[in-house]
Write a protein that binds this ligand. Sequence first.
Ligand SMILES: N[C@@H](CCC(=O)N[C@@H](CS)C(=O)NCC(=O)O)C(=O)O
Length: 121
Amino acid sequence: MGIDGVSGMDPVNAGPISYMFGVGRRSARREETDMARIEIYSTMFCPFCSRAKQLLRAKGADVDEIDVTMSPGRRREMMERAAGQYSVPQIFIDDAHVGGCDDLYALEAAGKLDRLLNGAT
Ligand SMILES: N[C@@H](CCC(=O)N[C@@H](CS)C(=O)NCC(=O)O)C(=O)O
């Protein structure tokens, strides 16, 4: 039994296809550290995206980046998940919408980001 009740499926070793379709909720590294799953929708040459990734990586977070520059379908997906917001980045922690770069830094300034990243949602 894998995590999250995915029967017969080892989320860490489920292979690239399962990984692409998000069967495994946490990567091997997340499994070890119990860090939250971070997804960031970004585009190329986006200073706000770089700034957000910089903060997350400085905290040791394992970031799944979804580049929507050339992908209108993924941009639509982003907007659906982010209550219609179009700008990048849009950041999700364990599937919960955090918002953009400013929102991420506001969480940090309020002393709430570490707790979210450590999976205490
Ligand atoms: N306040 C936003 C600003 C984000 C922003 O302006 N991103 C630019 C790219 S660097 C963008 O998506 N511009 C297109 C738009 O706003 O429609 C944040 O902190 O994330």
